[in-house]
Write a protein that binds this ligand. Sequence first.
Ligand SMILES: [Zn+2]
Ligand SMILES: [Zn+2]
Length: 76
Amino acid sequence: MNCIKCECPELNDDDEYCWNCGYPIGNFCTNDHCVLNNGDPVPCPDNASFCSACGSETTYKVEGLISPIDFKRENQ
Ligand SMILES: [Zn+2]
Ligand SMILES: [Zn+2]
C-alpha cells in the first residue's frame, strides 16, 4: 500500500497514518451528518471524489489529491 500524499511504498494495511509524512490513510466522507455516519468517519473508495451515500466531497478530493474521473474522455 502506498501513501497517496508522499507515495511512500512501505505502509502496512492496518496503519492509520503514513509514517513518512503523517498523512491519515484512507479516503473519507467529509459530511459529519452523512447517512452512513454512526460516529466514525465514513470510508469511501480511494478513487472516489464524492461520497456515494450523501454526495459530499471526500477527504482526498478536498485535499486536491484526486479529481473526478473523466469517463467520457476515457471512452473516446
Ligand atoms: Zn506519506
Ligand atoms: Zn457521505
